[in-house]
Design a protein around this ligand. Sequence first.
Ligand code: HEM
Ligand code: HEM
Length: 184
Amino acid sequence: MEMHMLDSLLIRRALPLLVSFTMLVVLALLSDYLLHVAGLVWVGRYLGITGTLFLLFSFIYSARKKKIVRSGPIKTFLMLHCRGGWIGTLMLLVHSGVHFNAILPWSATVLMLIVTGSGHVGQYIYRKARDEMKRKSGDEKLYWDSLTVKALGKWRKVHMPLVSLFLGLALLHILSIFFFWNWK
Ligand code: HEM
Ligand code: HEM
């Protein structure tokens, strides 16, 4: 009985995140296919800019955490981070579909997908903590809180270098586009 409850909890928490990540990839492939069929491949080229803007917007969460943005519930900002990151990733995946020639931007694309996937894992750790906190009380709450902080700390050690590497590669790609302007 207890085991069964744990199972369904795991599925309830993990499944939406799994669906979210799968939908991201499926929708990207579908959009890319439809743009190709409709002869609108050029649209994908411009999605590079809009996708980048969405990712930049998603950093509003970091701005809130660092108190550059001073008010508003942190939960809302994390939600904006996830939604913005998700939509930006979708646009950039479609953008990447214009060509398959250059290693550098494609490495950025692969890393972006890993970073977004890792974001989903972080979100899972948060949800697990939130659910556990609801069921626990007093000292147990403190204990779960410290476990979560530890888990998130480990997760960050992996997540942050991946984000930096991704941003570096993306920046190189964007700079090289503006230097050579090969919008053919
Ligand atoms: C301001 C943002 C961006 C601009 C203006 C931009 C522009 C472009 C342009 C014009 C091309 C076409 C190059 C050609 O036709 O030869 C291109 C290709 C590509 N871009 Fe971007 N891009 C941006 C952001 C990004 C980001 C953030 C990523 C990665 C997540 C990315 C990944 C790619 C990929 C994979 C290709 C295909 C490369 C190939 O194999 O030829 N772009 N981009
Ligand atoms: C390419 C897209 C993404 C990038 C570049 C990105 C980048 C980041 C960065 C830099 C942080 C650290 C924030 C800080 O402490 O200042 C972070 C944290 C986080 N991200 Fe993302 N992210 C992306 C997509 C996502 C998505 C789609 C989700 C949700 C499914 C997500 C969930 C999270 C979570 C839960 C945290 C932990 C927040 C915390 O510990 O305070 N991320 N991400």
